[in-house]
Write a protein that binds this ligand. Sequence first.
Ligand SMILES: Nc1ncnc2c1ncn2[C@@H]1O[C@H](COP(=O)(O)OP(=O)(O)OP(=O)(O)O)[C@@H](O)[C@H]1O
Ligand SMILES: Nc1nc2c(c(=O)[nH]1)N=C(CO)CN2
Length: 184
Amino acid sequence: MTSPNPHAIDTDTLSGMKPLRKVVYSIGSNLGDRQGNLQGAVDALRDTPDVIVVDVSPVYETSPVGGPEDSPDFLNLVVVAETTLEPRTLLERALAIEDAYGRERTSHWAPRTLDVDLIMVGAAVVDHEDLRLPHPLAHERGFVLVPWFAVDPQGEVPGQGPLAALVAEVDDAGITRRDDLVID
Ligand SMILES: Nc1ncnc2c1ncn2[C@@H]1O[C@H](COP(=O)(O)OP(=O)(O)OP(=O)(O)O)[C@@H](O)[C@H]1O
Ligand SMILES: Nc1nc2c(c(=O)[nH]1)N=C(CO)CN2
């Protein structure tokens, strides 16, 4: 008779485990204390149960894409994390973090103290009015691709391909790395 394997995990335990998925956030601010707002958002993500922050990109100063003509420049960064949470729970948390930083929902693409967008959650594909994944514009936005590529050169936008190829195509005029602005 063989003795039981002390390292074995029973199948009930395994089937109850939620998969760990990669989640990528794009965070931007173009009003108020822009660096402080980004730092606050990163801290809030780190404080989120079941979200493990793996990488925080450098900060980039970026020209506004869309929005009013007099829109101020943004500071942008990207956070790469791992999570067992569902996309909708992640969205609720992202919106709560925006609200905590005084975000007023005025017009689409209006200047904002804090914008926390979900770019991808594993291989999830969602197409609802209030949640679209992967983010439908991520693959063409330099302010997302450039920071993301800096910390995750092997990354991919699901359905769109490797970051290395996407970043090579994107217009990076108006995107300046700000190593003087450090996020802890
Ligand atoms: N992937 C996503 N991440 C965050 N919000 C999303 C996503 N998909 C849809 N939304 C919805 O978009 C709303 C936010 O609209 P908002 O005006 O802030 O868009 P935006 O961030 O300015 O524009 P864009 O969608 O071009 O990034 C949220 O209330 C949310 O329900
Ligand atoms: N440079 C820049 N432009 C934008 C940004 C942003 O974060 N950075 N966010 C937008 C809506 O999500 C629209 N335009």
